[in-house]
Design a protein around this ligand. Structure first.
Ligand SMILES: [Zn+2]
Length: 145
């Protein structure tokens, strides 16, 4: 088999896309070794071997993820006068409460009172406002037009 410019181009492109040498060989109808040899002769950049890649991934997993510090407070810290709006699911490690100053006689802060109201809104209160009539003009004003 000869390396036509088209095949070399395909090899280069597939190589750069990260295809395995075996897959590229299949695509081009040549053996894996021919692909490796040709890539070497073409001076294509060496790709990390799968083993190296796995090591890198493991390294990344080991790196500590930036832990999000919870700004809220736990149920143990929740006192009187503090917003008890929950964040997350109970049982979650970062489950916490809002803890802001509550609106007097309400269990939540301003913001969460508004949210609670929206969520618990009675659909029947959603009726569109009554249509404005002709106002003070009356039917005569409309008829003049
Ligand atoms: Zn709140």
């Amino acid at each position: 088999m000869s390396w036509t410019p088209e095949k070399i181009e395909l090899l280069t492109s597939l190589w750069n896309q990260g295809w395995t040498t075996a897959r590229i060989g299949e695509e081009l109808g040549v053996g894996k070794n021919a692909v490796v040899g040709k890539a070497h002769r073409l001076g294509l950049p060496k790709r990390p071997s799968p083993i190296q890649r796995r090591a890198e991934e493991a390294e990344q997993k080991k790196a500590p993820a930036p832990k999000q510090q919870t700004k809220g407070i736990s149920i143990f810290d929740l006192g009187a006068g503090m917003c008890r709006w929950p964040f997350g699911d109970p049982g979650d490690e970062d489950f916490h409460f809002c803890g802001k100053k509550i609106v007097p006689s309400k269990p939540y802060c301003d913001e969460h009172c508004a949210q609670a109201y929206l969520n618990g809104k009675n659909p029947r209160e959603d009726n569109p406002p009554a249509h404005q009539g002709a106002g003070g003009k009356g039917p005569q004003a409309a008829a003049k037009k």
